[in-house]
Design a protein around this ligand. Structure first.
Ligand code: BDR
Ligand code: CA
Length: 314
């Protein structure tokens, strides 16, 4: 049997972040969660740090180390998304306040120490929120960049445009300078943009299959999804809302669910109109360096089947 893949989940939970964490927890044979690092994004840092621990406790995983990270983007004022995720970021189910403690120390230092301490090329970074912690770690310790196995991120959008402005996706928009640092760093990137996540609608039949699992984590997840999707249903007029962040973990488990290509991606950081846009050279019309594998298509039924199967294992 192969060793489980070592991952750090950097996140701003968020109901869809919670779904990604559950997917990882349900996949213990394949994934070893070395730690969860939190960042300000969907809601302020104190709430994302609380929510990450709520999710761990919901899944009876008090053993997982949770570190708080950056409470603001590198250069900008924090933009949050309570209009999508609710006041707490994890609105929907009634869940108790967490009792497990945050780890001492800063998430950025945990990321640096872990990458230096583990054998080179063995740690994968899974990012589900703004890239602030990762950029700060790369700036503070450039030696770690070459030690990362892969950075798989939910972020950006190209053919689908943006979801917080016409041009920008939320995670990149919140901290475009951080995204710029990461895309220029040379780290191997797999990008799950809105082009993929907008194909993953939480349709009623899909949610019903998760509800049928009947466990506490699955039931709470359904309540989260039902809260989360109401905003998107109104916005897109669709049956269910797009499920973004679990694509990152699903890719590690079943990469063949996704199709994309290596492209150059640059981040817009100066224009007021398009700040946070991910400019993807999909057609290879420039000779700029291909710095990311950009996904465009996903097998949606296969994705939801995987999610349901793994949620049932928790
Ligand atoms: C991303 O933004 C957040 O609101 C979600 O959690 C996801 O990471 C989607 O644009
Ligand atoms: Ca997120």
């Amino acid at each position: 049997m192969t060793e489980p893949r070592k991952i750090i989940i950097d996140t701003d939970p968020g109901q869809d972040d919670a779904a990604a964490i559950l997917l990882a927890f349900g996949s213990r044979e394949e994934l070893d969660v070395l730690g969860i690092t939190t960042v300000a994004g969907n809601v302020p840092l104190s709430l994302t740090s609380r929510n990450a621990r709520i999710v761990c406790e919901l899944c009876d995983r008090r053993d997982v180390k949770v570190f708080a990270g950056a409470d603001a983007p590198i250069k900008r004022k924090l933009v949050t998304a309570e209009h999508v995720h609710g006041k707490t970021g994890l609105d929907g189910p009634e869940l108790p306040e967490p009792t497990m403690a945050l780890q001492p120390g800063h998430a950025v230092d945990f990321i640096i120490e872990t990458l230096r301490g583990e054998p080179e090329g063995t740690v994968t970074l899974c990012t589900l929120g703004p890239l602030t912690n990762i950029a700060l770690a790369f700036q503070k310790a450039p030696d770690i960049v070459g030690r990362v196995r892969e950075l798989v991120m939910m972020g950006g959008g190209f053919f689908e445009g943006g979801n917080i402005t016409p041009a920008a996706e939320f995670n990149i928009y919140v901290d475009p300078e951080a995204a710029d640092v990461v895309f220029r760093s040379g780290v191997p990137i797999v990008m799950m943009p809105l082009d993929v996540t907008h194909q993953l609608l939480t349709r009623k039949d899909r949610v019903a299959r998760i509800a049928a699992i009947g466990t506490a984590p699955a039931t709470a997840m359904v309540e989260m999804l039902e809260f989360f999707e109401r905003f998107d249903i109104e916005k897109y007029g669709s049956d269910g809302g797009p499920l973004h962040d679990p694509t990152v973990v699903a890719y590690l488990l079943k990469p063949d669910l996704f199709q994309g290509r290596e492209c150059n991606v640059e981040i817009e950081i100066t224009s007021d109109l398009t700040v946070g846009m991910t400019v993807v050279d999909w057609w290879h019309v420039t000779d700029r360096k291909r710095n990311a594998k950009v996904m465009r298509h996903v097998d949606a039924d296969g994705f939801f089947a995987l999610l349901t199967e793994r949620f049932a294992r928790i």
